[in-house]
Write a protein that binds this ligand. Structure first.
Ligand code: C2E
Ligand code: MG
Ligand code: MG
Length: 301
């Protein structure tokens, strides 16, 4: 009996692992996962139901990854979703977001992330860390929600924050809709005073064109480009080109996936302004993040 149960658990984990691989590697132009007829579709539908509950019942958490400037000082953090599923354990954030986008749960999930990160930022402000920015990832699908700017304004107000303390990293997990409603929402978001950043720049859909479309405060070069900057000449050229574009447009250039000092130095020489990655710190829970602040920056009252 015990052996049968053990076998069942192994099969379950292996099916979950396969589904994760399929969903994560389905890429930008993927087919809807939740309507698939196979085992992957079954697991996806089960996870979507659980995800809806997890959002409602506060079963998700956020990790925060520090960002540092060229001088090495910490200047802010990026909030990243984490979910420990009761049966499957750790669920990859890319899988969470793909399923949330496919099923529409991204709207409630995205609002939960904004609420939690604003509340966290407010706690940090009370501890004296007002000068650190809080970045939140926003899926292009959330840019079809015309109440989002109001929702964000309220979160900022309710938590006593300044809009400039919040940054929205617009991920290119799917195409930013090219329509009037999205332009209206982007304008409204800019008008709130929050900073807008283009995430995964250089890899997604027509990244360059977005810079004409809305006020971009920062561009984050895709990790797959910066990761190989020391070993791949083409990647180094791409980083230099993006950095000089950023300079000429007055836009901050952020390098992510910075894993070594050598990488950081090369990216800095190529013109990047901000550095995020395991070289400085992995994503941390709220308590560990405060401990990190204590050792990495001075408080400002
Ligand atoms: P992202 O926004 O580009 O976030 C950076 C990802 O790189 C994070 O993965 C982070 O843990 C990982 N990372 C950071 N430093 C390093 C490094 O030095 N090396 C390597 N190899 N990886 C590093 P994570 O947390 O798994 O998130 C993956 C993606 O999921 C994010 O990429 C973002 O696109 C999406 N995501 C995460 N949280 C949210 C969220 O709350 N909302 C939305 N819409 N998307 C989210
Ligand atoms: Mg991001
Ligand atoms: Mg990124």
């Amino acid at each position: 009996m015990r052996r049968a149960e053990a076998l069942r658990l192994i099969r379950e984990q292996s099916a979950f692992h396969d589904a994760t691989q399929t969903i994560i590697s389905s890429g930008h132009k993927r087919q809807q996962i939740v309507t698939r007829e196979d085992k992957v579709g079954m697991i996806a539908r089960e996870l979507v139901l659980d995800l809806k509950q997890a959002v409602k019942q506060d079963e998700l958490t956020l990790s925060y990854q520090p960002k540092h400037d060229a001088g090495g000082a910490i200047i802010g953090v990026e909030a990243l979703i984490r979910w420990q599923h009761p049966r499957y354990g750790f669920v990859s954030p890319l899988m969470i977001i793909t399923l949330a986008e496919d099923s529409g749960v991204i709207h409630s999930l995205g609002r939960w992330v904004i609420e939690q990160s604003c509340a966290c930022k407010s706690r940090w402000n009370k501890l004296g860390y007002k000068n650190l920015s809080m970045a939140v990832n926003v899926s292009p699908i959330q840019l079809t929600d015309k109440d989002l700017p109001n929702f964000i304004n309220n979160c900022i107000g309710n938590n006593g924050l300044l809009a400039s303390e919040l940054e929205l990293e617009i991920t290119e997990s799917s195409e930013i809709p090219d329509d009037e409603l999205t332009d209206f929402i982007l304008d409204k978001l800019s008008a709130t005073g929050v900073k807008l950043a283009m995430d995964d720049f250089g890899m997604g859909y027509s990244s360059l064109l977005h810079m004409r479309r809305f006020q971009v405060a920062a561009i984050k070069i895709d990790g797959s480009i910066t990761r190989e900057v020391l070993t791949n000449q083409m990647n180094a050229d791409i980083v230099r080109t993006i950095a000089s574009l950023g300079k000429s447009q007055g836009v901050q250039v952020v390098a992510e996936y910075v894993e070594t000092l050598e990488q950081r130095q090369a990216l800095s020489n190529m013109g990047c302004d901000v550095f995020q990655g395991y070289y400085h710190s992995p994503p941390l829970n709220e308590t560990d993040c405060v401990a990190y602040f204590l050792t990495h920056q001075k408080k400002v009252d």
